[in-house]
Write a protein that binds this ligand. Structure first.
Ligand SMILES: *Cc1c(COP(=O)(O)O)cnc(C)c1O
Length: 400
């Protein structure tokens, strides 16, 4: 099938769109207009490619995971090493694209939201590099959980603003960032961190992250002379996964598997597996699958991994899922930690807890494949940021 594209108002089939207050329509329309221009501008492409290569460290390797492959004894497994990007995750691909856009628009001030802190760190980094003012909104609870990343952002010169309403996590941080944007539209660009929110963000973030899939496609063809059987990536808002998937959508034979956070299991409701529930709603500007309680209120979510802990999923995934082009599954916290341990010990790579979900999926489902199969797993980030939390989690498990 043809790669999915939104219509002029950002609809991916029934999903997506621009569900925002009137005051935000103007900046979103301006952003859409400017983005459309630069998207086709060879100078912009050249500039972005330059910084991705010289500063971010692209292309990232597509690494043949020989021991993981041997241990599981089925498909041949390759890892796309986004953990080797500067700042340790794929997030900077998007922050770099958007800050170049902001410079074109003459903006002097950048705002962002962050949950676990990876997007905040990536954005603070590119702001430091280009000398732009940076304000990052972060829930107070997340600031306590991720104090190391708060320190990193502040060291980079950013101001981190604690958000103390509601659950004091990512959802509230996005609301505060949008409020700031409305008030400071002339000076400010909002760098949103995933393939989420109102148009043009889901399309724009996807485009900036598609460098992952474009590279991986070339690299696997070079290494193996054929396309992979399956792609596997974790799904929070959906940016690292759609970035890997999108350049393969036309290749019908390639399975695309997204792995959500199963948390403590689906039955108890303590998870962030949006596609395990089947409810559609509108959250923070976009129509998509949204976790809700029986009254239609946004459900509380849970995952060991802060980057997957969000009630909505990017709208393009909702469409791809309905079309049957991509499939979604989940793994639990316990399984994800097992994935973390195994990749660390078998390959010497500490994956982020988010990425550990993708690793755990293949460990759990290896029997679906044979030695003729070729698999690419996206290692979206490195796990160094998670080791304190993991140490505490393991101590608690041992005590129970
Ligand atoms: C933020 C993050 C994710 C989840 O976000 P997506 O938009 O779904 O990619 C996954 N992995 C890492 C390492 C992250 O920092």
């Amino acid at each position: 099938m043809k790669p999915t594209q939104p219509d002029s108002h950002g609809h991916f089939g029934d999903y997506g769109g621009m569900f925002v207050p009137e005051t935000l329509m103007e900046p979103l329309n301006e952003l859409t207009r400017v983005y459309k221009e630069v998207r086709k501008d060879p100078e912009f492409k050249k500039e972005l490619q330059y910084y991705l290569r010289e500063y971010v460290g692209r292309p990232t390797p597509l690494y043949f995971a020989e021991r993981l492959t041997r241990k599981l004894g089925t498909a041949k497994i390759y890892l796309k090493r986004e953990d080797l990007c500067h700042t340790g995750a794929h997030k900077i691909n998007n922050s770099m694209g958007q800050i170049l856009l902001a410079k074109r628009m003459g903006k002097k001030r950048i705002i962002a939201e962050t949950g676990a802190g990876q997007h905040g760190v990536a954005t603070a980094t590119v702001c430091a590099m280009f000398g732009l003012e940076c304000v990052v909104y972060m829930g107070k609870v997340d600031m306590e959980r991720q104090s190391l990343n708060v320190f990193r952002m502040e060291s980079l010169g950013a101001t981190v603003v604690p958000v103390t309403v509601g659950q004091q996590t990512l959802k509230e941080a996005v609301n505060e960032a949008m409020r700031d944007w409305v008030t400071n539209i002339r000076s400010t660009h909002y760098i949103l961190g995933s393939a989420l929110g109102a148009h043009p963000y889901p399309m724009m973030v996807r485009d900036f992250q598609s460098v992952i899939g474009r590279e991986a496609r070339k690299q696997i063809l070079k290494a193996e002379g054929r396309l992979p059987t399956a792609l596997i990536a974790c799904v929070g808002g959906g940016s690292n996964s759609i970035g890997l998937f999108h350049p393969f959508i036309k290749d019908e034979g390639v399975r695309m598997i997204g792995v959500e956070a199963g948390g403590l299991g689906i039955a108890g409701g303590m998870h962030a597996a949006r596609f395990a529930q089947d409810k559609i709603g509108i959250l923070q500007g976009t129509k998509t699958y949204v976790l809700q309680d029986n009254d239609g209120q946004i459900a509380l979510t849970h995952s060991i991994s802060a980057g997957l802990d969000y009630a909505a999923v990017g709208p393009e995934h909702s469409l791809l899922r309905d079309l049957g082009r991509s499939e979604y599954s989940y793994v639990t916290d316990v399984e994800a930690v097992d994935g973390f341990d195994k990749l660390s010990q078998w390959e010497g790579i500490l994956p982020a807890l988010e990425s550990s979900h993708a690793i755990a999926w293949i460990i759990k489902n290896a029997a679906e494949f044979t030695s003729d199969d070729l698999i690419i797993i996206n290692v979206s980030g490195r796990g160094d940021k998670d080791v304190m939390q993991l140490a505490e989690w393991k101590a608690k498990q041992a005590a129970e």
